[in-house]
Design a protein around this ligand. Structure first.
Ligand code: 7TS
Length: 421
């Protein structure tokens, strides 16, 4: 196996990417399961696999430079701090943040949204205010708002999804007439694969005087993201879905918003001065980073962001679109398969479906016997499944290292399951 570690090393002689070389950079792709079957990993929307460059960045940090950050003047603490802050730069550069001061490390997308709800939301929302989110959301962009609503007494409204799997723009428009204070939606649906028109929706929400929060959990892994061009106010993503480790993600927000927001958690790191009478907060972004952070994970996130930027997010997007299209066209041909969501050109990274007479969990179990890993269930999107009149669905989701022949194995497995039932 060639040991090309960084993304640039996978460029072919003609400048295009050698996707087989990319695949070879992910050690887990050699994994056999079920007593010797080659693993086919199609559960990337839940969590992606990691390239060697990310694993090695984290291991190297622990082997050579581990210490707590922003504290000591000793060599290791300074090295750890530099690695931690360089990683923040890369994680921000991936989404074109203009300053790393606007980039707050969080554990994941869920924590980032909870931070905005608990800080901005608690300070700014009350009776008479409206927050708009959508039926398409992962629970992490619904439940934090419901919890806050119970405390603060604002109105929470939901944009429905059309039968074709898009946000209902007419209802979206009519909800803007209610002067919402905040509009929250996902960049890419983790069930339908729908790519939402973030810039257009944001312009509409801004015209109504609302701030916009975008859940980028499924957007950042596959699409070039430019938070400045999109015009959004808050953008959140998880490291573990974009080649990085678990336990780390990024909340980006416009500086004025972060400056005005109260801290979310109190403790060490986030203060400038503490007396028994009260405390003053640290500068951005540290005001929101109480306690010893996930340092190695941040280093891994930075390495993942750099890896993706080396591959080129346009290349990554084309490859994901190609695999998604290939899978859609394979699955749509299978009798009894109902694909959820829009056509292949309007989706990214995944295909969720239902097979007549076969429960999604049974299907996933049969595919697992073939070494094919997919997800079955409600994918933390119960309201969306309720609107589709389904309790559960099966989902195959793709990433950098997947191949056509793996998708062929998925299709063959589905055919086999249909014959069994
Ligand atoms: N938003 C979207 C659109 C997601 O797909 C997910 C995770 C999250 C938020 C939450 O991310 P976390 O890193 O905070 O957990 N989605 C899935 C999934 O579809 N299957 O497992 C996790």
């Amino acid at each position: 196996m060639p040991r090309n570690l960084n993304g640039r090393a996978a460029a072919a002689a003609d400048g295009t990417l050698d996707w087989a070389a990319v695949r070879s950079q992910f050690p887990i792709m050699e994994r056999k399961v079920q007593g010797g079957v080659q693993l086919v990993y199609l559960d990337n929307a839940a969590s992606s696999q990691k390239p060697a460059v990310v694993l090695e960045a984290m291991a190297h940090y622990y082997r050579t430079s581990h210490a707590n950050v922003h504290r000591g003047v000793h060599t290791l603490s300074e090295e750890a701090t530099t690695l931690y802050e360089d990683a923040r730069q890369n994680a921000g550069r991936l989404i074109n943040a203009s300053s790393s001061r606007e980039c707050v490390y969080v554990r994941n997308t869920t924590e980032g949204i909870n931070l905005v709800a608990g800080s901005w939301g608690r300070a700014n929302l009350g009776p008479g205010d409206t927050v708009v989110t959508t039926v398409m959301e992962h629970h992490s962009n619904i439940v934090p708002w419901q919890i806050l609503q119970a405390e603060r007494g604002f109105t929470l409204r939901y944009v429905p999804v059309t039968p074709e799997g898009h946000l209902d723009r007419e209802v979206f428009g009519s909800l803007m007439a209610e002067d919402p204070k905040l509009v929250c939606f996902t960049h890419v649906s983790n069930v339908l694969g729908t790519v939402n028109p973030v810039a257009e929706l944001t312009a509409e929400a801004h015209a109504a005087g609302a701030l916009v929060l975008v859940d980028g959990a499924q957007g950042v892994p596959h699409l070039p993201v430019d938070v400045q061009a999109l015009g959004v106010d808050f953008y959140v993503y998880s490291g573990h879905k974009m080649c990085g480790p678990t336990g780390i993600g990024l909340l980006w927000a416009r500086r004025e918003l972060l400056q005005a927001m109260p801290p979310w958690m109190g403790g060490g790191e986030m203060i400038r001065e503490v007396t028994l009478e009260g405390s003053r907060w640290n500068e951005l972004p540290y005001k929101f980073e109480a306690g010893t952070p996930a340092i190695a994970e941040a280093v891994g996130l930075g390495a993942a962001a750099e890896y993706l930027m080396d591959l080129g997010m346009d290349n990554v997007a084309s490859h994901s679109a190609y695999l998604t299209n290939y899978a859609y066209n394979q699955l749509v041909e299978i009798e009894g398969v109902r694909i959820l969501g829009p056509g292949p050109e309007e989706r990214m990274g995944l295909v969720s479906f239902h097979v007549d007479e076969v429960h999604p969990h049974d299907l996933a179990a049969i595919l697992d016997l073939d070494g094919v890993a997919i997800r079955a269930g409600h994918h933390c999107a119960q309201p969306l499944h309720q609107s589709l009149d389904l309790i559960a669905s099966a989902r195959a989701s793709f990433y950098l290292y997947n191949t056509e022949s793996e998708i062929d194995r998925l299709a063959a497995g589905i055919e086999r399951a249909r014959r069994i039932f």
